[in-house]
Design a protein around this ligand. Structure first.
Ligand SMILES: NC(=O)c1ccc[n+]([C@@H]2O[C@H](COP(=O)([O-])OP(=O)(O)OC[C@H]3O[C@@H](n4cnc5c(N)ncnc54)[C@H](OP(=O)(O)O)[C@@H]3O)[C@@H](O)[C@H]2O)c1
Length: 277
């Protein structure tokens, strides 16, 4: 029999995960959601046929996996007073909320997994980094995998701090890609193309290149070399990008994102009070 999976928070990311679970044949009758926003609650019922309550306390009985999908700042309020049964797998997708804090909020009787998905999860094309402490049993890890695989691929991390790097690479990553498309479009317009044509060319080129990567026969560096003829147009453009320091710009940009992720974790650890036992 499939696990009972409950979500606290029924926003964008939860809807992506629920949609993926339903697409993977997880029975709607074994998915529950706590979501206070009436319009969102109704939309989840209509789209997926899942049961949605306004608060979490009444839906925790018999839950195998509890997914925490509220904003980080909402987490302490959302978990206040909740009792989770021993052995429940608690999966948090909230940025910056550390395992120690979750355990302080919900108690040591549950198994905890932290993860960082990304927005392509909306299309089942996401990638999530997952971390659990070494003591976490395989069964709890498998439960977390069931939820996150619904959003795309997963990768397990060796240490919790690696989630800051995951946030920098894949969590924030879609925005870097969109910026590249914007920059290519603007450069195309500067070369005399209409905005519409430049947008179409830049967008389809990036999607096509992503498909070539997805095919997996060659990695990014090999594909780049393959399309770069010596003395040709692509080489002229790549030289300009390398000379402008593109690689070190990315290095600095991702370091800034990872640093900010760690800072947010510190702020949440400082600001969210752990209630006394
Ligand atoms: N979106 C992303 O790209 C992304 C990527 C990685 C990780 N995440 C993480 O995923 C989590 C959810 O993000 P999201 O974009 O899905 O946010 P969202 O759309 O704002 O969803 C959160 C939902 O939780 C509801 N909520 C608030 N308090 C609640 C409570 N006490 N009980 C039950 N539900 C409650 C909110 O309702 P109200 O709006 O009425 O407050 C909202 O509908 C965040 O922690 C974020 O860090 C998101």
């Amino acid at each position: 029999m499939s696990d009972v999976i409950a979500f606290i928070g029924g926003g964008n990311m939860a809807a992506s995960l629920i949609g993926g679970l339903i697409a993977a044949q997880h029975p709607a009758g074994r998915i529950r959601v706590a979501e206070p926003d009436l319009a969102r609650a109704q939309s989840l019922r209509e789209r997926f046929g899942v049961s949605v309550l306004a608060t979490a306390a009444a839906m925790l009985d018999g839950v195998d996996t509890l997914v925490l999908a509220v904003k980080p700042q909402q987490m302490a309020g959302a978990l206040q007073g909740l009792q989770v049964a021993p052995g429940t797998c608690v999966v948090s997708i909230a940025a910056g909320i550390r395992l120690e804090l979750l355990q302080g909020l919900l108690g040591p009787q549950a198994h905890y997994v932290r993860s960082m998905p990304n927005t392509p999860a909306l299309y089942g094309a996401g990638i999530s980094g997952l971390y659990a402490s070494p003591q976490t049993p395989d069964g709890a890890r498998a439960r977390a995998e069931t939820v996150l695989r619904a959003a795309g691929e997963i990768c397990w991390l060796a240490q919790e701090e690696d989630l800051d790097a995951v946030t920098a690479v894949s969590g924030s990553g879609p925005a870097y890609f969109f910026l590249v498309v914007e920059a290519m479009r603007e450069a195309g317009v500067a070369l005399g193309l209409s905005p519409q044509t430049a947008t179409q060319l830049a967008t389809r080129t990036c999607i096509g290149a992503a498909r070539m990567l997805e095919a997996g026969t060659l990695d990014a560096a090999e594909l780049r070399v393959q399309v770069t003829s010596p003395g040709g147009t692509t080489e002229a453009a790549l030289c300009a990008l390398e000379n402008a320091g593109l690689r070190s710009i990315f290095e600095r940009a991702l370091a800034a994102a990872a640093r900010r992720s760690a800072e947010l974790g510190n702020e949440l650890a400082r600001d969210v009070p752990i209630p006394p036992n």
